[in-house]
Design a protein around this ligand. Structure first.
Ligand code: AMP
Length: 245
């Protein structure tokens, strides 16, 4: 249920690294009262804690490649089992491959809705489309605060004091996978592997494209409109069969 009482269901945000998925996911989460689930954040947490999954994922992530479908799906399944996901969630950074998209439909249909007793919902998919040069600017300028996680951009949203977090004064860092040599590979991997995800959802009539070059508040407005429209449409329809593509 959204905060206003209408149903929303799982929301998938698609878009290349740097498209603003993280920012928009937080806004969707706040508006609909559902958690943001970022597979990138979950993986980084595993790497930080040195879990068996983190050890396996660390080098793959540092090279800018995708972690295996099996590892990511198992990790996400654990997260979706938490009670806060029962009313839905915003998936940020997942699915990244067509196999992950298929897995999600099958998992939701055969396990999630069965076990939780939640009403069946179709996944709502929003894709952010951003100009390639704009993406490069956003990614090469990105800096993160290691203490509070706040994200800056030295070109677009610089901190007040050079390289220091406005909130707690920590020295800002460049995430390993935001280094220039890794960025090209991340964008290429996105094109190569995620395009089939968009095609998968497009064929099912579930893909909403949003212009991610618009000012950030405009993007949010259009996204909310698409989600509201699609969730009320989904309520009127019966569930579609999964798999097949
Ligand atoms: P992100 O923060 O979403 O850009 O993710 C950072 C890195 O984590 C990616 O470059 C991948 O190495 C890995 N990763 C995150 N989500 C996935 C996913 N759904 N499938 C495979 N690898 C992922």
């Amino acid at each position: 249920m959204a905060k206003d009482g209408s149903r929303v269901g799982p929301v998938v945000l698609l878009g290349p690294p740097g498209a603003g998925k993280g920012t928009q996911a937080k806004r969707i989460a706040a508006r609909y009262g559902i958690p943001q689930v970022s597979t990138g954040d979950l993986l980084r947490e595993n790497v930080r804690h040195g879990t068996p999954l983190g050890v396996k994922a660390k080098d793959v992530m540092a090279r800018g490649e995708l972690v295996s479908d099996q590892l990511v799906c198992d990790m996400l399944k654990e997260r979706l089992r938490q009670p806060d996901c029962r009313r839905g969630c915003v998936l940020d950074g997942f699915p990244r491959t067509a196999a992950q998209a298929r897995w999600l439909d099958i998992y939701l249909d055969h396990e999630f809705f069965e076990k939780t007793g939640c009403a069946r919902q179709r996944v709502i998919v929003v894709r952010l489309i951003v100009d390639y040069n704009q993406l490069l600017l956003r990614l090469t300028g990105r800096r993160a605060c290691p203490a509070c996680g706040r994200i800056y951009n030295v070109h677009l949203q610089p901190p007040r004091t050079n390289a220091l977090c406005d909130d707690d004064g920590s020295q800002l860092i460049i995430r390993n996978d935001d280094r220039e040599e890794v960025i090209q590979e991340r964008l290429a991997a996105y094109e190569r592997q995620t395009q089939p995800v968009a095609t998968y959802y497009q064929r099912k009539g579930r893909l909403a494209d949003v212009n991610g070059d618009l000012p950030v508040d405009e993007v949010t407005k259009v996204m909310f409109w698409e989600i509201d429209r699609r969730s009320s449409e989904a309520e009127r329809r019966s569930p579609e069969p999964v798999g097949g593509d």
